[in-house]
Design a protein around this ligand. Sequence first.
Ligand code: SF4
Ligand code: SF4
Length: 183
Amino acid sequence: MTAAKLIRAIFFIEILKGLALTFKTMFTPAVTRRYPKVKRPVQPGFRGLHALAKDENGKMKCVGCGLCGAYCPSKCIYIYTSDGKDHKKVVDRYEIEVLRCIYCGFCVEACPFGAITLSEHYEYSDYSREPFYMTKDKLLSNWDKHFAGEKGKRYFRDFWRPKSEDFIGYEGQAMFKGIKNEK
Ligand code: SF4
Ligand code: SF4
């Protein structure tokens, strides 16, 4: 142990610093919020409950490529597909075991179609596990509930970066408008 550390230990410097901080903040107004009466506004890009995005015609955007599931560190995304007309992939089931999700957002980043999203909705506690098993229908209805109309458009406009139309070229790495690449 160095002399400085020894002095700090003998004179309880860290404890005194902690007490000083406590004393300093003792008379400032409390910041406790009376949830659920008072709620903090959700910050942009908040990662809440999942939703499967629909296009402007109300059709599910997901094509069942499986990239989201491959990237998911919790392995909580299950996708079942089959061969449809003209060998077009049909997404029969798309399920997320929300209780295992760590809300890392990798699925959102991995999806090349902007088909899986994380909404601003975080108040979905329940008494059993079943409601947390999100089926395709539930995920699609989450889109209607939490991203309907302008909100969905805003989500992609503000948080979906980089966009394909922002791609301006390749110089050793992909270049995007408004995004400064590391040298
Ligand atoms: S947010 Fe992360 S853990 Fe949750 S489903 Fe997506 S990739 Fe998996
Ligand atoms: S959500 Fe996106 S990444 Fe996942 S299967 Fe559908 S299209 Fe592929």
